[in-house]
Design a protein around this ligand. Structure first.
Ligand code: SF4
Length: 409
């Protein structure tokens, strides 16, 4: 029997789909993540934008083109937000939403029995299928922050953390050379007395590079930075979502920091790790964003010195506070996106140029590798899974050419 697991959306969804694929394999399925002829389809949906939700629904029809007799099991955020819009589609037999993905496996095992889960418990899933190079390790789920534009807390539920023992166990067993700590809001990690800095100290004993997923600015404290320094295996790459550089907009977004506080955190990061990369997410054209607010965002981007900016235009999500605000004309959002993209691209170029001539340690994947500060590099003779000391050279594709100086073990 062949099962197809098709995924839309965020890294957390991808990791959870990989876990589902492992679980399906142990149930005896041949598993693929490509849309193709299969006996069973599992669709992991996304609701981050209206477009992602539309694509999620469309995927059901795409599956049925391959096999209109195969059952389609749907999970993920879009199915949590609008379960009926999936249930009413031909072929869809089960919709579990965003919080009970693991139940798909027990449902398949137990043929139709579908117990309730306690949504405050961290949902353990089989370890995802992974390469020996890089593994994504779920440490947390859910979110309590209720940013006014975001539907995730309503879909994924309140924050809950995986136990330290379970994290250490998977980190040691996975055998990957780099482990990315993943979650919806890993900044809120708390297992008893153990918060994120304390968890990093415990992960010091794992023989792998540790990389952090997306962080909230408030978690960047002396404590976190010194835990990273002390651990020695945590990579100096910080994905800090700024969302806007205007204090007025940040307040309307219900983000709990000011522009000044955010920029101070960036400064502290560079003081602690001079070669650190700081990447960010920005929402362009939030309903209350004036031209002056947007100018504040542009100047904050300039001041923060991001190595990469992921910007996207505001799109209202039904059920959120911001969806009730008057949306800006799409022409305004488009024009601001173009201006922001130009500045962000120039800044990325500047960051990469500053790396040329530096030595770094890069871990290589199938094609190219990443330095400690997440610069993409390409080198002749690099093996997949190999760790090398390299000298960084000129621009190539989305990163830099690198010369191998030494292979490390
Ligand atoms: S921190 Fe804000 S944007 Fe991120 S998941 Fe929570 S509510 Fe959504």
């Amino acid at each position: 029997m062949k099962a197809c697991v098709f995924t839309l959306g965020c890294k957390m969804n991808e990791v959870e789909s990989e876990s589902l694929m492992s679980g399906l394999t142990s149930l005896g399925f041949e598993v693929t993540d490509e849309l193709c002829q299969a006996d069973l389809y599992l669709l992991n949906t996304c609701a981050v934008t209206a477009e992602a939700e539309r694509k999620s629904r469309q995927a059901v029809a795409r599956m049925r083109k391959f096999n209109e007799n195969a059952p389609v099991l749907v999970c993920g955020c879009a199915s949590h937000l609008h379960p009926q819009s999936f249930l009413e589609r031909e072929g869809v037999t089960v919709v579990t939403g965003a919080q009970k993905k693991d139940k798909i496996l027990s449902l398949l095992k137990e043929k139709g029995f579908f117990p309730e889960t306690d949504e405050r418990m961290f949902c353990e899933m089989p370890p995802p299928k992974r390469t020996k190079t890089r593994a994504f390790l779920r440490i947390q789920d859910g979110c309590n922050r209720f940013c006014s534009y975001c539907i995730i807390p309503y879909l994924r539920g309140r924050t809950r953390s995986r136990s330290v023992e379970s994290i250490l166990d998977e980190a040691k067993k996975c055998g990957a050379k780099e482990i990315v700590l993943t979650g919806i809001d890993i900044s809120s990690y708390q297992d008893g007395e153990v918060d994120l800095p304390a968890l990093l100290k415990k992960l010091k004993e794992v023989p792998a590079r540790i990389r952090l997923g997306s962080l909230e600015a408030g978690v960047v404290t002396e404590g976190l930075l010194s835990a990273m320094k002390d651990a020695g295996n945590v990579m100096p790459h910080f994905h800090l979502s700024m969302q806007s550089g205007s204090n007025a907009v940040l307040k309307k977004m219900n983000r709990k920091y000011t522009r000044e506080e955010f920029l101070l955190r960036c400064k502290q990061i560079y003081e602690a790790f001079p070669t650190a990369a700081i990447t960010t997410d920005l929402i362009v054209g939030f309903p209350t964003e004036t031209e002056e607010d947007f100018q504040d965002t542009l100047s904050a981007v300039d001041e923060a010195g991001f190595s990469h900016v992921h910007a996207f235009p505001f799109s209202p999500r039904e059920g959120t506070v911001a969806a009730k605000m008057k949306d800006l004309p799409s022409a305004v959002k488009k024009e601001r996106m173009a201006r922001l993209t130009a500045i962000a691209t120039a800044q990325e170029e500047k960051y990469l140029s500053a790396q040329v001539g530096r030595q770094a340690i890069a871990l290589f994947e199938e094609e190219g590798g990443y330095t400690e500060n997440y610069v993409r590099v390409y080198a002749d003779g690099a093996k997949e899974g190999g760790l090398y000391r390299v000298r960084l050279g000129q621009r190539e594709k989305d990163g830099l050419r690198a010369e191998i100086l030494e292979e490390l073990v």
